[in-house]
Design a protein around this ligand. Sequence first.
Ligand code: DQA
Length: 149
Amino acid sequence: MRILVLNGPNLGLLGTREPEIYGRVTLAGIVESVKARAAERGVEIVHLQSDVEGALVAALGKARSSCDGVIMNPAAFTHCSVALHDAIAACGLPVVEVHISNVYRREGYRHESLTAPCCAGQITGFGPYGYILAFDALMEILSAKTVNK
Ligand code: DQA
């Protein structure tokens, strides 16, 4: 089984980016922790971070035929990207949306997600641990114990 971890704009700066909001863990650290969790279950993790909307759309298109599920933090594109909404809907895979911060405790424009309605679910506000929660949720979905694909 292969899971795509997809991270959107500015997440490559984690560790030094607004640490009072996002903490001090780097993106590499987050990906390592997900890989360690996945290794316990013999699951392969592939990772892409991009600041470019089209690259994220393309990655979802490629995942259709090469992955079993997606953990995605669309970052700022969450709140504005119809293209990512459509790409998630088209990919036909279970996608779990993650946000490091609790977007509902922040500015009003972060309360709307254009992408979440196409996702199996959304995890927000648990810091880097949200990615582990998302991985576990995907395993649950893919083992067909849950209907929320
Ligand atoms: C974020 C929340 C978004 O509103 C913001 O634009 C980000 C990061 C998060 O992980 O908390 O870049 O997705």
